[in-house]
Write a protein that binds this ligand. Structure first.
Ligand code: NDP
Length: 296
């Protein structure tokens, strides 16, 4: 069997087009422009690229983008004051503080200062709690993107066995909560899991969010399963820099029913879902119906 390739790049383009359409309608019918504020502290090169891409994508869908670049030495009080100001600004519907923050800043304190209704990354403790208790929340972008692709591929997910490898707060745990919300039977595996291969082999849906290049191999995949590879690992092979996932693509694709590639799978969905979350936040803030198909 050769797996169907789930084209995240094309899927993300579709999500961005839907968002753009909604934004145009909000402007025309309600005189509203959704706005996303991104805060970057310091000079981390990868973070700078992410922030640049987020800005460009925000503008592209017709939203307002507010960039705040602060010096690496910015103190906690100054950063918190900026967040307070963004919380109070009616033009700002979504706030994202690019992580990681420089070591002298307490990320938890900073993230929890964001108004939960504007927390488009879904990392605020109140959104984490809401997701865990099945209440309406802002959902972390990467797992939301995975969920959208899974719903699109399977239709209904109810009753499917889902295995999530990885239990981080930003990917593994919220992914598991979302799959549970769609009535999957969910197993979360991690570094202490016994016989990981056997656990993975039970999965109709296998999500890899491990951070270890090509760790999930074809022999760990149940024939016909859907494999979602969240991993982004930069490795060197044959003297060349290469981007690979947490799944060994060739061996897994030979067994799976469907698989996301790296690059071009989950990655592009993350920014698309950030835009979707900003749109959702804007609709909620103004008492308008939420965009269909773009929320959890
Ligand atoms: P973390 O390092 O925070 O978490 C990794 C998880 O994998 C941990 O729960 C860890 O278990 C588990 N793990 C590590 N080694 C093993 C092992 N040998 N067997 C089983 N489980 C193991 O990573 P993130 O969740 O932040 O990210 C995961 C991957 O996703 C990374 O490659 C990252 O780059 C990528 N990523 C991609 C995004 C995208 O936009 N596509 C966005 C965010 C992340 P334990 O808890 O026991 O230590």
């Amino acid at each position: 069997m050769t797996a169907k390739v789930i084209d995240g790049k094309a899927f993300a383009a579709g999500v961005r087009a839907q968002v753009a359409e909604h934004v145009a309608r909000l402007k025309e019918e309600n005189g509203l422009t959704p706005g996303l504020a991104v805060v970057l502290v310091g000079e981390d090169p990868a973070s700078k690229v992410y922030v640049k891409n987020k800005h460009a994508s925000t503008i592209e869908v017709g939203m307002a983008s507010f960039e705040h670049r602060l010096d690496a030495s910015t103190g906690e009080a100054e950063l918190l004051a900026l967040i307070d100001q963004l919380n109070a600004d009616p033009k700002v519907h979504g706030i994202l503080v690019q992580l990681p923050l420089p070591g002298h800043l307490n990320s938890e304190l900073v993230i929890n200062r964001i108004d939960p209704a504007k927390d488009v990354d879904g990392f605020h403790i109140s959104n984490v709690g809401r997701l865990g208790t099945g209440q309406k929340s802002m959902v972390p972008c990467t797992p939301l993107g995975c969920l959208m692709m899974l719903r699109d591929h399977h239709g209904k997910l109810a009753g499917l066995n889902a295995v999530v490898v990885g239990r981080s707060n930003i990917v593994g745990k919220p992914m598991a909560q979302l799959l549970l919300g769609d009535s999957c039977t969910v197993t979360i595996a991690h570094s202490r899991t016994k016989d990981l291969a056997e656990v993975c082999k039970r999965a109709d849906i296998l999500v890899a969010a491990v951070g270890r290049p090509e760790m999930i191999t074809g022999d760990m995949v149940r024939p016909g399963a859907t494999v979602i590879d969240v991993g982004i690992n930069r490795i060197e092979r044959d003297g060349k820099a290469k981007l690979v996932g947490d799944v060994h693509y060739d061996s897994a694709a030979a067994v799976a029913g469907a698989i996301t590639p790296v690059p071009g799978g989950v990655g592009p969905m993350t920014i698309a879902c950030l835009l979707a979350n900003t749109l959702t936040a804007c609709c909620r803030a103004n008492g308008l119906a939420e965009p269909e198909g773009l929320t959890a």
